[in-house]
Design a protein around this ligand. Structure first.
Ligand code: NAP
Length: 277
């Protein structure tokens, strides 16, 4: 029998705690989100983030730019937000239009306002085994979900599929920091199925079906499905289908809600950093 790693349920619990904390704060955090271009999914994600923030009592502003915005315009806006004391958290919605250098833009955010934990300053700390201001939202959400279900990480073989800066690399490092033995896989990995066979935990962040009925998995295997994509028929799918592990995060309803819960947690953590309630 498969136990579902229920991200919605944990998100609601986190929101309840956050709301009661925020209700007691005389001054609230303010999250600024930059949205550049007209990607419809990005617009939906940004609207959801704004709605969640407002429901919890976090101030939020969305600054929109057309897809021909210049890198310099974005950098100048971020510098302005960095200098604005009322803005306590800054997020740049990805992907950015192709002509823009993502690293230049993200690394303009002050590390203490970097709510996604994606600046080189914050990710460098993570990889050096130091504490960043905050951990990247999706990896943090994955670890919170595994902890909620008391899934042991120490000494376990964790296989991470996908090596993006957003998900694969930071989640692998966070699992390593928790004493898992981590194998990272990507599009050049040979014999992925043989590696999956030996996994206690699989985290799949690819965006296509890479784990399915052809795979043999261990009896107690835990699978976290991060991937989400629409197939030709428009159906929303995850990376993992037709397998029955001991634990599985569903798509939708698993990692997605945990990413937004982590964003709200990070917004409050940045606000409270060096402050007492
Ligand atoms: P990404 O930057 O496109 O990275 C995808 C990774 O998958 C790459 O490292 C790529 O390898 C690897 N890959 C591609 N084909 C493969 C294959 N056949 N076998 C093994 N690895 C393969 O994507 P991302 O930003 O990390 O996102 C990954 C997925 O997670 C997407 O579906 C995205 O929508 C989803 N996501 C969900 C959430 C959420 O909150 N639910 C948050 C973030 C992302 P190479 O490096 O060799 O190209």
């Amino acid at each position: 029998m498969t136990t579902i790693l229920d991200g919605k349920k944990l998100r609601d619990k986190i929101f309840e705690n956050l709301k009661s904390k925020l209700d007691k704060m005389p001054v609230k955090p303010t999250l600024a989100v930059i949205l550049a271009g007209d990607d419809p999914s990005s617009r939906i994600y940004v609207n959801n983030k704004k709605k969640c923030a407002e429901k919890l009592g976090i101030n939020s502003i969305v600054i929109e730019y057309p897809s021909d915005v210049t890198e310099q315009e974005l950098i100048e806006k971020i510098q302005e937000l960095n200098a604005d004391e009322k803005i306590t958290a800054i997020l740049v919605q990805l992907p950015l239009p192709e002509h823009i250098n993502k690293s230049n833009v993200i690394n303009t955010i002050l590390p203490q306002k970097d709510v996604d934990g994606l600046t080189t300053a914050n990710s460098g700390k993570l990889f050096a085994g130091e504490k960043p201001y905050v951990y990247p939202c999706t990896p943090k959400g994955i670890l919170l979900l595994l902890d909620e279900y008391n899934i042991e990480l120490d000494g376990k073989h964790a296989v991470v599929i996908g090596r993006s800066n957003l998900v694969g690399k930071p989640v692998a490092q966070m699992l390593l920091n928790r004493n898992a033995t981590v194998t990272m896989c990507h599009s050049h990995t040979k014999n992925l199925a043989d590696i999956i066979k030996t996994a206690d935990i699989v985290v799949s962040a690819v965006g296509k079906n890479v784990v399915g009925e052809k795979n043999i998995i261990k009896n107690n295997c835990v699978i976290v499905d991060v991937g989400i994509f629409r197939d030709e028929s428009g159906k929303v799918r995850g990376d993992v289908e037709k397998v029955s592990p001991a634990y599985l995060s569903p798509v939708p309803g698993g990692v997605g809600p945990m990413t937004i819960a982590s964003l709200m947690l990070n917004t409050v953590e940045l606000f409270l950093f060096d402050k007492t309630l």
